[in-house]
Design a protein around this ligand. Structure first.
Ligand code: SF4
Length: 468
């Protein structure tokens, strides 16, 4: 996924930029970057943050960077922000989202015969460079940013630093958020709205879908108005978002309590304790426990002193090992107990199966699993939701492939998404069997939507029901 943050003010902005970007560290694990304009030149630092957190990697750079305007990011994919020289002038750009029609755009630009790109290791072209090329091909930043919104399939929000101020453009359907904070003579623009609170900013404005603004130390000017149609990512509340974040006025932590409450309302299982897989599962479990009256407990605890969230190698086998190393059992809470375990979701199922085995090995009698969202059936094409390259990474799709063969129609997949269908029930039972859970019951999509509490037509639910 990734996160972005920018500051424009009258005094040096680097400290605010550093802490503002750092507060997005839960959204990505690969690269961090900051770029500032010092009144004459743009300067930039990018570091790999796979093996140590953003703060550790960048704290020395804070003393070397100077400027009153800057942008930064936590990136799950390409190095950024990029520094660009173009006919529009020099600028720096950072983005969040995914260019799903990357190849189609590259082909089109080559056919126009005007471009080349820097090739990255592995033959990739940096999505930020592609977006910058689209912008620079137009007569103004306004035209260029609108062109990106209309050309990119997927979802791209852009924060772009010029010599005069910062452009911020929320993606076409508002799948990811962008919020402006304000304090004296300074504005910031941020993905996560809590990132500015401890830096003394207060809420100024949340950008609407497609909205483009130009921000200086003195004002926020509307460049292009918001469009009505919105499809904000529902997974932000279920999994991605930090508990203190709010999107469209709905706080992540309280939404997770609602999920747990509605899950409990449909459940009749006996359990001795309710537990959540940390971190996001914990809040869902608190909601479940409060509603059901079954006590909340932490039968295993994450060892955070040496295992920060950002230590996340790219190899799946290493990621699994680390997931296991991080969790330490509290034997007294596990031994002889029936445990109701809530995780935010089941993607591949590997980690949850290992966690369940680990509970059985520590003496649990039963492990009932309650994912806080419906079965994931469609790979996300709008954000880099996971590093999955194929829908068959999803446990659901592997089971459906075994049952239906390779070429399964959309209609059949839609049937598997209906919680009352025979296909759905048999798929869930198969997941339960493979994963060795004592019982398994997923959150329903209607309950998930109710847990968020905003109009369903404003929410993206594609990964569960395939509806665009
Ligand atoms: S498909 Fe799922 S993960 Fe992707 S934007 Fe939609 S709700 Fe979010």
């Amino acid at each position: 996924m990734g996160g972005i943050f920018g500051v424009v003010g009258k005094d040096d902005c680097v400290t605010d930029l550093f802490f503002g970007v750092d507060y997005h560290s839960h959204l990505g694990t690969r690269r961090g970057g900051m770029a500032v304009f010092d009144g004459e030149y743009f300067n930039r630092v990018i570091h790999n943050i796979e093996n140590s957190p953003f703060r550790t990697k960048f704290e020395r750079d804070v003393d070397d960077l100077h400027g009153t305007m800057g942008i930064g990011c936590i990136s799950d994919e390409d190095p950024q922000p990029l520094l660009i020289q173009s006919s529009l002038g020099s600028y720096s750009i950072t983005t969040v989202g995914k260019v799903d029609n990357h190849d189609e755009i590259v082909k089109k630009l080559y056919a126009e015969g005007r471009v080349h790109f820097q090739e990255q290791s592995g033959g990739r072209i940096n999505d930020n460079e592609l977006v910058a090329t689209l912008i620079s091909s137009k007569q103004s930043f306004k035209e260029g940013l609108e062109y990106v919104q209309d050309t990119v399939k997927g979802s791209i929000s852009v924060v772009l630093l010029t010599r005069e101020g910062i452009y911020a453009a929320r993606d076409r359907f508002g799948r990811t958020p962008l919020v402006i904070g304000h304090k004296k003579d300074t504005f910031c623009i941020t993905f996560e709205n809590y990132a500015y609170l401890n830096l003394s900013y207060s809420f100024y404005k949340e950008l609407g879908p497609s909205e483009i603004v130009f921000i200086t130390a003195d004002e926020v000017k509307e460049v292009s108005p918001a469009r009505d149609e919105m499809k904000i990512c529902t997974f932000l509340w279920v999994y991605y978002g930090y508990p203190t974040a709010s999107y469209e006025g709905v706080n992540v932590e309280t939404m997770r309590y609602n999920c747990g409450k509605l899950l409990a309302g449909r459940d009749d299982v006996d359990a001795d304790i309710v537990a959540g897989v940390p971190d996001s599962g914990t809040a869902h479990a608190i909601g479940y426990a409060n509603e059901s009256g079954i006590p909340f407990a932490r039968p295993f605890i994450k060892y955070t002193p040496t295992w920060p969230r950002s230590f996340m190698p790219t190899k799946q086998s290493q990621r699994n090992l680390i997931a296991k190393m991080k969790l330490i059992p509290v034997q007294e809470l596990i031994s002889g107990n029936d445990i109701l375990l809530i995780d935010d979701s089941i993607v591949r199922g590997t980690q949850l199966r290992e966690t369940t085995e680990f509970l059985y090995n520590s003496g649990a009698k039963k492990v009932h699993v309650r994912p806080a969202c419906p079965p994931l059936l469609f790979g996300c094409k709008y954000l880099n939701f996971s590093r999955s390259k194929s829908d068959y990474d999803l446990i659901t799709r592997r089971i459906i492939k075994d049952r239906e063969g390779e070429n399964v129609s959309k209609e059949i997949l839609f049937d598997y998404a209906k919680p009352d269908s025979k296909n759905y029930k048999e798929m869930v039972e198969e997941i339960r069997r493979i994963q060795n859970f004592s019982s398994l019951r997923f959150h329903r999509l209607d309950d998930l939507i109710e847990s968020v509490g905003i109009s369903p037509c404003k929410l993206c639910t594609y990964c569960w029901n395939g509806q665009e």
